[in-house]
Design a protein around this ligand. Structure first.
Ligand SMILES: [Zn+2]
Length: 258
């Protein structure tokens, strides 16, 4: 089998970084080979609805204006969706106000050249606010609670590094905050507010990760039942741990007519 080589300039996102850290085989399948998922994973429907509606609410008004929020939800037939409204209300209590500027679902890229290997960090940020001397990155979370400090999450550290040069040019400090919008989690984890030394360390951590990906040759699966049980490639993985799954859910190829 020919050696599988990552591209010369590797691109790293919060999601691909998470996949690499979870399982090298999954990274190979998903990121390097772009294989379609062979298995179902949990549907992110509530999360998608909340992200989309918060973007609309902010682009056309304020989340602190109850009439406006109600109007946007009505306009998308979501008023009856108590779970969406609950998430929006929890967001509003966390949303900075007033702000000097802000963006939603903003796509960014930052290039690292030296020392090698070169790489590109890319990301789509849920919201970025400028206020009180901060460039405040918000990540909306609608799932379970991951921990007590945002800085413990490598995906958050990647997001901080992604915006750091833009913040520096504007004379702003970087903050990454998780907004836990699903009811049941009352306290958000401590935000990440890295200084210049922390950001340099994060850059080095990303560079070392890219070097590790580039030198990987075995691409073995993690073989951990807790990870494999919900992997979207579990039925096609030779390294899978845990009970055997059903057949792949790929659609069968169409039969050519005789
Ligand atoms: Zn808001």
């Amino acid at each position: 089998m020919a050696a599988l080589r990552p591209p010369d300039i590797l691109s790293l996102s919060a999601s691909s970084l998470e996949t690499w850290r979870r399982c090298r085989r999954a990274y190979r399948n998903q990121v390097l080979l772009s294989l379609p998922a062979s298995d179902e994973s949990a549907p992110p429907e509530l999360g998608n609805a909340v992200h989309a509606i918060l973007r609309l609410i902010h682009e056309t008004g304020s989340c602190h204006d109850a009439d406006h929020v109600r109007g946007v939800l009505d306009g998308h037939a979501l008023s009856g969706e108590g779970a969406v409204l609950a998430c929006v209300e929890r967001h509003a209590r966390r949303c900075p106000h007033p702000v000097d500027g802000g963006w939603h679902e903003v796509e960014l890229a930052r290039f690292h050249r030296r020392p090698g290997p070169m790489f590109m960090v890319v990301g789509r940020l849920d919201a970025v606010w400028i206020h009180d001397g901060l460039l405040d990155v918000r990540d909306y979370k609608t799932g379970s609670y991951p921990g007590t400090r945002v800085g413990d999450d490598p995906r958050a550290r990647l997001q901080a590094w992604l915006v750091a040069d833009r913040a520096r040019r504007r004379g702003l400090r970087v903050r990454v905050r998780y907004e836990h919008l699903a009811p049941g989690v009352d306290e958000d984890p401590e935000p990440l507010e890295p200084d210049d030394d922390d950001l340099a360390a994060i850059g080095e951590e990303l560079r070392a990760t890219v070097a590790a990906i580039r030198s990987e040759t075995a691409w073995e699966g993690v073989a951990d039942p807790a990870v494999c049980g919900w992997c979207r490639y579990r039925s096609i993985c030779p390294d899978r741990a845990g009970p055997a799954p059903a057949e792949p859910s790929w659609a069968p190829p169409p039969h050519p007519r005789a």
